[in-house]
Design a protein around this ligand. Sequence first.
Ligand SMILES: [Zn+2]
Length: 397
Amino acid sequence: MNLAYKTLLYGGLYRRQGIEKDSINGLVDLKKLPTVSKSDLTRNFYEAIGKPRDVVKFHTTSGTSGTPTVVAFTHNDWDIYVKQNIKCLRLIGANKYDIIYNATPYGMFFAGLVLHDAIIGLGAKVIPAGALSSTSAHFNLFELFKPTVYIGIPQYLLKLAKDYLDIGKDPRELAFERAYCLGEPLNEKKRKLIEDLWDIEVYCGYGLSEIGAGSECCEKVGFHWPVEDVHVEVLEEHHSKGELTYTTLRKTGTLAIRFRSRDLGHIIDEPCACGDKSPLISHIEERLDDLVKIKGTLISPYAIDSAMYSFKNVRNYLFVIEEIRGLDNVTIYIEGNNVNSLLIKKAIKNATFITPNTVKMVSKDSIPLIGRKGKRFIDLRKENSYNNIIQNFAKAT
Ligand SMILES: [Zn+2]
């Protein structure tokens, strides 16, 4: 609170609302404070920094309406994040004997670098692969170093397996034992698909640049959360689902105080069977920013992803919504073998209550990589910047 009151963002906000610093004496008093959103941190990142002089690095994260959010780290903050990630790696069963393949990009987005430091902190060996240009470049490193743990985006792990099979090799024969998946939610069907293709255990992590990270353990039921660093509240305000709202307790760079994550989930009350004492946050049930209205129905891209990967032969897909003569039009482009488009239409209808207008099979690797994580859900009614790339792709198919 001492730091927060010194910042323009929080200090200004609290003073305007007449909230005295002395009235906040513990976590129970947090509820007296207003919540903040990502846009508050995006507007002027400098106003949210607790100790500006102690900042040693800046990272950015995707923000609302295309403006990145800047997250400022002090030495203290980076240490906290590295320790959290070491704990995450332990939770998924990694240890110092592992050779860990870090396929998370090293750059303005912080995750690659923080995981790199965490792997070293764990005493394991890191292969800093970052984002290589081709799957064959990854295969060379897999065969050269025989890594035992993979860290990266699940969709790419799936692509790697299928591409390895395509060159007549079996991913199960590589040394991988487990994967730590980040960057996008993973539904159980896709998790199973990846686990079977690689013959590994797949675990997920969850975190936000502004606040920190937690991870699944062997039970895979939710994320063990570092409550000593980040307080979590659940605000019940969205169709009886709770919005996870976080407060950083020990950071001194970018402060997040009652930061609304737009992620819906809940806190799991029972102790975890793995024996770890830290509380569990459920898997994310929905991301408010991801929900879209199509043909008058509110749709979750999660439901679509889950429906698509109930088909084992789906390699990749692109779900495009556009407005044609005043009506919502949905086209799904699919990479895969022997996929029946009628069955796809039916599965999407069952999952979302809308029927796609067109389902089109396209050739392998033809779907363009959109965004850092490879977006599979494009709403051209709002995301005009993707218009050219989608139109060119549609013409070529
Ligand atoms: Zn556990």
